[in-house]
Design a protein around this ligand. Sequence first.
Ligand code: FMN
Length: 196
Amino acid sequence: MELYEAITARRSIHDFQPSIIAEEELKEIFQLASWAPNHRMKQPWMVKMFQQEGAIDFAEQVINSYKRSGFTEGYSKEKAFKMMEGIKNFLVEIPHHALIYMERDQDVHRYEEDFAAVCAYIQNVQLAAWGKGIGVLWTSSPYIHDETFMDSIGLDKKKHKIIGVLQMGYPSAIPRAKTRNPVPVEIQKDHFMKRS
Ligand SMILES: Cc1cc2nc3c(=O)[nH]c(=O)nc-3n(C[C@H](O)[C@H](O)[C@H](O)COP(=O)(O)O)c2cc1C
């Protein structure tokens, strides 16, 4: 696939076929993405993949986080239960949940560099997957900041930062592209500092 085509044709995918992606295929994608730029070659990206039975427990922990955050407050017990079951079933039907995280560098500048590098890594994952006919939705729901949620999946909020969760699978529908606005690139060709 041409580079330009991959960049423009890739779409965020919300509807997936139920089939599981072969492990080798997934590993190839997550390895290829590591060609992302990263300062000091820290390669800060780390991946936890939840699928099959693992996706059931993952969904359970997400639901628990929603409940703790007060998501169901104001609803009757029955309505709240239905809402949570609905979200859980929706999540369980997504074939793969790839949670992308990094270690928190205590130095703010390095932390930002690492965060930026992991974002570049994620876009590489999206493009590499797209090239194989695999769809991705980059999500950043509030549970990624929940200390108890992190603990439940073996992470420590003081040490780790979750950048996002990538829902992955073979697309069952590809949405239409959303148009992009013209980018205001300000090209400064003339001197702009006063000279005495
Ligand atoms: C940091 C980040 C977080 C996102 N979080 C969500 C999300 O939680 N839910 C969602 O539906 N899409 C999420 N998206 C995907 C955007 O909605 C999507 O990229 C945008 O609508 C443009 O669509 P396209 O990717 O198909 O071009 C996120 C994208 C980024 C970069």
